[in-house]
Design a protein around this ligand. Structure first.
Ligand SMILES: Nc1ncnc2c1ncn2[C@@H]1O[C@H](COP(=O)(O)OP(=O)(O)OP(=O)(O)O)[C@@H](O)[C@H]1O
Length: 264
């Protein structure tokens, strides 16, 4: 379970560029919750994920994971529990290393790396079936350098790596936004499969409202640094994009503005 209590973050405090990114986030994710996150430009979506991952220190509030206060833990300490996929396919994998080496490293997440960490025989046998599931032809290219892969192949691999050792929480930050529509759809299907298979607790930021409605069991909308709408189950599934836009206007008193959403 993930629990955020009164989480606040202001960037560049006391300067002309001061920005209140999170103004008091209260959020509880139960085990197995797959929550999609939407909101306008600068609503605080990425900051929310960054604060959970420990990229920046909290100003105030508490973040708990499975009952443990992780608020003061460093980013590498929290990385043991978290899987994360970013928008940029270049992040999350090592371009100069082979597919099999990347996977072997992902498998050792949170463990102390010995001097000789090489890929074991067992792993060489274990990874191809997992790669085959991605259906991107990577299972026969285990020794290929990751830098040679397409953006979609790389995102699918990153997703596999982020979930290879079951994370307590999976953070997806617009992880299909940089892909062409067909590849994006494939990676989203994979996301659904992997999350369901492993019953992963997941937070997925997306600018695509249709995806936000279709995927997951719960949807939250952020505005001006906090959650303004939280809907789950049947009510969520029956939503339409116009419903969401109307909801946003009702709660925020303004028009929904997200450049990337309008371009999608
Ligand atoms: N490292 C930072 N330094 C200064 N300001 C920041 C930083 N990160 C985010 N912000 C500011 O905090 C606010 C929230 O940003 P955030 O990236 O979380 O929004 P978002 O909801 O993800 O928006 P978008 O959909 O436009 O990416 C914005 O005004 C942003 O400019």
């Amino acid at each position: 379970m993930l629990k955020l209590s009164h989480v606040k973050k202001t960037f560049n405090k006391g300067t002309v560029t001061e920005k209140r990114a999170l103004t008091g986030v209260d959020l509880v994710l139960n085990d197995g919750d797959f929550v999609t996150v939407i909101g306008g430009n600068g609503a605080g979506k990425s900051t929310l994920l960054n604060m959970i991952a420990g990229v920046y220190p909290l100003d105030s509030g508490v973040i708990e994971l499975d009952g443990k206060d992780i608020s003061r833990m460093t980013e590498p300490q929290r990385a043991k529990y978290l899987g994360r996929v970013f928008q940029d396919p270049m992040r999350g994998t090592a371009a100069d290393m082979q597919i099999v080496e990347n996977l072997a490293l992902a498998k050792r997440r949170g463990l102390h790396r010995g001097l000789a960490w090489g890929v074991t025989k067992e792993e060489k046998a274990e990874f191809p079936p997992l790669l085959k599931k991605l259906d991107l032809g990577l299972d026969t290219r285990m020794e290929a350098k990751v830098g040679l892969l397409s953006g979609g192949q790389r995102q699918a691999l990153t997703l596999l790596m982020a979930t290879l050792t079951k994370p307590k929480l999976l953070l997806l930050d617009e992880h299909t936004a940089a892909l062409d529509p067909k590849t994006a759809s494939k990676v989203l299907n994979l996301t659904e499969e992997i999350v369901a298979e492993n019953n992963l607790t997941t937070l997925m930021v997306t600018h695509n409202m249709n995806d936000a409605i279709r995927l997951g069991n719960r949807l939250i909308m952020m505005h001006e640094g906090h959650v303004i709408y939280d809907v789950a189950g049947k009510e969520k599934k029956s939503l339409t994009v116009p419903d969401l836009l109307q909801k946003f206007e009702e709660v925020s008193g303004g028009e929904f503005a997200n450049d990337r959403m309008l371009l999608s």
